[in-house]
Design a protein. Structure first.
Length: 227
């Protein structure tokens, strides 16, 4: 008569060991897939964020306004930052509503837009101020306008200007009553990963009214020289 043979303790232990190894391998693969998916989603979110903000900046710069009857009011203002990452400040008059909320009080007029890196309510990032172009930027009314945070992921702004005389890029802008013809902007974004470098996104813009403001400034300068 044939007797049924059971499993020995060694066989049971070996089977459990194999199952444990397989479980670890499966879990490791699953975790790797989850990490890869999370990384891809974060990268996609960051790309959408950078594209969205840079598109708003580009639209607002392309819609810059300049009238040679009052060039001082429509000039491009720039302050080079001293922080790390760079925290430059830029300001110009535009007809674009890209950064303005739907209920913003001066939305329907021309506005001076100011972009900078600021800390607001304990969060530091890209901040926007906007006020009517009729206000002097140094007036108390303009300075009283509160900025709002666009994104705390943006940690730095850096600008370069193409100097048509030197035919080279420079990082200074000291030309009163004039807008740049071409500028490049670097935006530094926090990837959210500990101890990782900031990701840099670049935008290059040719400002349509830049040439007009340059010609106006050069014409006024030649007139002053002749006098």
């Amino acid at each position: 008569m044939r007797r049924n043979r059971g499993f020995t303790l060694l066989e049971v232990l070996l089977a459990m060991s194999l199952l444990s190894i397989m479980a670890v391998m499966i879990f490791g693969s699953f975790r790797a897939v989850l990490d890869a998916t999370s990384t891809a989603e974060n990268a996609l979110d960051e790309l959408h964020l950078s594209d969205g903000i840079l598109s708003q900046i580009e639209e607002t710069l392309l819609s810059s306004v300049f009238f040679d009857s009052d060039p001082t009011r429509y000039t491009f203002l720039y302050e080079k930052g001293t922080g790390s990452p760079p925290d430059d400040l830029l300001s110009w008059v535009t007809r674009s509503k890209a950064f303005l909320p739907s209920d913003y009080p001066t939305r329907e007029g021309l506005n001076r837009i100011e972009l900078s890196i600021q800390a607001i309510d304990g969060k530091e990032g890209l901040a926007v101020r906007a006020y009517s172009s009729l206000l002097d930027p140094e007036s108390p009314e303009a300075e009283a306008v509160e900025p709002w945070l666009v994104s705390n992921k943006v940690k730095g702004l850096e600008l370069y200007f193409f100097d048509l005389t030197e035919q080279d890029w420079v990082d200074e802008w000291e030309r009163d009553n004039q807008l740049p013809v071409t500028l490049a902007l670097k935006m530094y974004i926090d990837s959210g990963k500990p101890d990782s470098d900031l990701n840099v996104y670049t935008l290059k813009v040719d400002i349509p009214v830049g040439k007009l403001s340059r010609e106006t400034r050069r014409g006024r300068r030649r007139t002053q020289e002749i006098q």
